[in-house]
Structure formats: C-alpha cells, structure tokens
Design a binder for this molecule. Structure first.
Ligand SMILES: Cc1cc2nc3c(=O)[nH]c(=O)nc-3n(C[C@H](O)[C@H](O)[C@H](O)COP(=O)(O)OP(=O)(O)OC[C@H]3O[C@@H](n4cnc5c(N)ncnc54)[C@H](O)[C@@H]3O)c2cc1C
Length: 408
C-alpha cells in the first residue's frame, strides 16, 4: 500500500467499491481496505435499482457486466384480502422502465472486476485499528492517542492510519486526507469517530430465494402486503423470479430450518396464482433486519456512507439507491478541491444530503408502520392508499418519478 492517499475507503462492499470507482473517474487518488478475506459469494438477492442508479453504474462501466439485469416495465401493488390494488405501467408515464432488477451477486462481481481493471488498490483482509488526526508536518500522533480526538476549528491535515495486527511501535500504514467508513452496519470507522448510532431491531427476517414461475412476469415487479409480512416478486428474466418475504423472526427461522418446499407452498398461498405455480430454483437465504442510523454523517476528516451511515428495512428498496446518490454527491463535492477532507467540503456534502436522507427515512419508516403494524384503521388506510394510487394520476406520477430516481 502507498504511504499517503487522498481518500481511504474502509469497506469494499457495494457502496465502498462504487465510491472508489466514482472518485477514480475524477482522477482522485483513493485506496480501499476490507476486513473480509474474500469478496462476497452466494448473494442471491434481487436488488431493485432506480433509473438514476442505473445511469450512475452505466457511467462507471459497471452496468455492462450486469447481464442478468432486467427492466421493470410495471409495478403491481396489492394487499392480501383487501380491495385496493394498483398497477403502474412505465409506458403510461412515457418511460421505458420504472427501474431495474439486478442480481446482487453479479453486482458484487462487476464492481470487483472494475476495481481490478482500474488497478485501484484494495487490501484484504485489512481493517483500520486506529486513525488519529495528525498535522501535516508533525510526526504522526503517538499510538496511545485516542482515535476520536476532539475536532479543532479546522482538522489538521491527515488521518494517520494503523491497520490491525500492527505492532505498538510501528509507524502508521498510511496517511489519508479523508477516511470514508463504508464498512457496514457495525462500522469500525463510526466507532473510532465516536459517532453515536440508534439501532432498532425490527424483529423480522427477510427470506430470499429464486423461484421458477409457470408464467413469464413480462417485466412486472409485484409488491404484496400479506398480514404475515410484506413480500415482493421481481423479474429475473424469462420465468425466473426473485422472491423476498419479510416475516416475524420466529416464523422466518422455522421456514429457514425446514425444507424449502414448505416455504414455497406458504409463499404461493400468500402471493396467489397470478404467475401460476411457483417452484424453488435456489436455496433459501435469511437476512435479519434492523434499522441503524448514525447521528452524524461526518466527523473531522472522515465520513460515513451506506450501511455504516444508515441501514434501512428493505421494504422500499432504498438503501443502496440512496448510497449511490451519496457516492455521486461526494464525488461532485470533492470536485477538484485541493483538500478532500477540509471541514468546509464535508459540511457542504452533509448539508446537501440531508433532505434526501430524511425523505428515504420517512418513506421507509412510514411503509414499515403502515404494512407491518396491526393498528385500528391502518388496514383501511392501506386499501385507500393503494386504490388512491390507481385512480390519482398526479400521485402516481410523483411515485413513478421517485421510484425511477428522476427526482430526489
Ligand atoms: C434483504 C435485503 C434486500 C435489499 N434490497 C435492496 C434493494 O432492492 N434496493 C436497494 O437499494 N437496497 C436494498 N438493500 C440494501 C442494500 O443491501 C444496502 O444498502 C447495501 O448492501 C449497503 O452496502 P454497504 O457497502 O454499505 O454495506 P455492506 O454490504 O455491509 O458492505 C460492507 C463491507 O465492509 C466490510 N467491512 C466490515 N467491517 C469492516 C471493517 N471493520 N473494516 C473494513 N471493512 C469492513 C465488509 O467485509 C463488506 O465488504 C437490501 C438489503 C437487504 C438486507
């Protein structure tokens, strides 16, 4: 690893890797470290991406690797046992697609391929042990200095970074003008910065698999609100679909421990027969769900992005889309700034991202409450909401523009 760099990104997951590519495209020097010895394997999720996210990944050369990406031509929203339902077609809004479904594993592989092709340095397994602030001229802060040193008026010029397994008396592995924590919901960078976080356990687990349907969904993505928990069926090409069902922990664990056929039978009963018989086409994977929110996005010469900043319930398929907008905004904010970690640059970035973060939070938390809580009157509201969506053209247009990522 080179001694100094403009930006050190901790975490080479989808967010850290995309940010590295965006910065590299601007000629900004950056490096990555990741604690895992190997890139992710076997991630069978089907990610719903907005048209805005697609454009960003196209611009970074990532999209061309995503051969399994499928356009979402329409969105069908319904609730089991209720009158309300809504079917929104891209063509009715002059659009080719409302977004796209991307196989998550293809995304991981595509990002890794592009990082390698651009020779962006990535060290793994490697994790930051300490990252105190250091003045440009002075010797790096002694090893005993706390990582979360109080912020001076303008943070001194570097963060000196020691990686795990370094000896006590060893010099830092490198100095960085800016450290980005893209190291997931348990972010070590967030801990090092002393940024508090709020955690809410949803008490739910997302069960994910692929199914073969008797009928081709023709690019339709289905969102269905079952009393057991919200579910989605997403086109994966031909009659193959991605399935996700967010269930209370105990029921989800029972499915995960049993034969997949039991899960598929219950899924079929809850989803209905609009695509004919559904058959298992991949193993069942489980993702425990909790809400994580860092109190701040930035600290002196550091910032948080992706799950390290906020992890959301997947009900609205927003987490990665939001983080991609963050990555693009950070790349813009750094521009050709001589010092990418300057307080003014980070403050401007954080201010520019507040409204989008608040919107995604409100949308996701609102949907979780609306569709997973059983309070008097909520089910009527749900039906009205879905029915209203079908008949209220301006509301529909707004939803379409947002889900396609055409407005923030
Ligand atoms: C079931 C499910 C479905 C979803 N569907 C969608 C969707 O349809 N659309 C959407 O937009 N979003 C969706 N999301 C959200 C999306 O998955 C997240 O927003 C995204 O994965 C966040 O990526 P990340 O890189 O921030 O974090 P992660 O994917 O957690 O990656 C973190 C990386 O940091 C590394 N790391 C961990 N600790 C350290 C450390 N100490 N030092 C260095 N490296 C470290 C890890 O090895 C990993 O590589 C979904 C989430 C779930 C759970």
């Amino acid at each position: 690893m080179a001694a100094d760099c403009d930006v050190l990104i901790s975490g080479a997951g989808p967010v850290g890797a995309t940010l590295a590519l965006a910065l590299h495209a601007q000629g900004r020097g950056c490096q990555l470290v990741d604690a895992a010895p190997q890139p992710v394997q076997g991630d069978d999720r089907s990610l719903g991406l907005t048209t805005g996210s697609q454009r960003l990944l196209e611009g970074l050369g990532v999209w061309r690797h995503l051969r399994g990406a499928q356009p979402i031509r329409s969105l069908h929203i319904s609730e089991r046992g209720r009158f309300g339902r809504s079917h929104i077609h891209a063509r009715d809004h002059g659009l080719d697609a409302l977004g796209a479904v991307v196989p998550a594993q293809q995304l991981h592989d595509a990002l890794a391929a592009e990082l390698a092709a651009r020779q962006i340095p990535l060290q793994r397994p490697a994790a930051i042990a300490r990252m105190p602030l250091a003045t440009p001229e002075a010797a790096p802060t002694p090893a005993s200095a706390p990582c979360s040193a109080p912020a001076p008026a303008q943070a001194p010029g570097w963060r000196a970074v020691w990686l795990q397994q370094a000896a006590e008396d060893e010099a830092p592995a490198l100095r960085a003008r800016l450290v980005v924590g893209a190291d997931g919901a348990q972010s070590a960078v967030r801990t090092a910065l002393g940024i508090p976080r709020a955690v809410e356990d949803y008490g739910q687990v997302a069960l994910v698999t692929q199914l073969d349907a008797a009928r081709d969904p023709q690019g339709c993505a289905y969102e269905r609100f079952d009393p057991g928990g919200p579910m989605a069926v997403l086109p994966r090409g031909g009659r193959r679909v991605g399935a996700i069902w967010m269930l209370p922990r105990r029921r989800a664990e029972a499915f995960a421990a049993g034969p997949i056929e039991d899960f598929v039978a219950a899924f079929q009963q809850a989803f209905g027969w609009r695509l004919g018989r559904l058959r298992a086409a991949a193993p069942l994977l489980r993702w425990p769900l909790s809400r994580v929110r860092a109190r701040r996005l930035t600290g002196p010469r550091a910032l948080l992005m992706g799950n390290a900043a906020s992890a959301f319930h997947p009900i609205a398929a927003q987490g990665f889309n939001l983080a991609l907008r963050d990555a693009a905004a950070l790349a813009r904010a750094l521009g050709d700034a001589p010092d990418p970690g300057a307080d003014a640059v980070l403050a401007a970035y954080e201010a520019s991202r507040q409204a989008d973060h608040q919107h995604v939070e409100r949308l996701t938390d609102g949907l979780v409450k609306l569709y997973t809580q059983d309070l008097p009157g909520l089910s009527q509201l749900r039906s009205l909401g879905l029915y209203g969506l079908e008949v209220a053209a301006p509301l529909q247009r707004r939803l379409v523009a947002r889900s396609a990522g055409l407005v923030d």
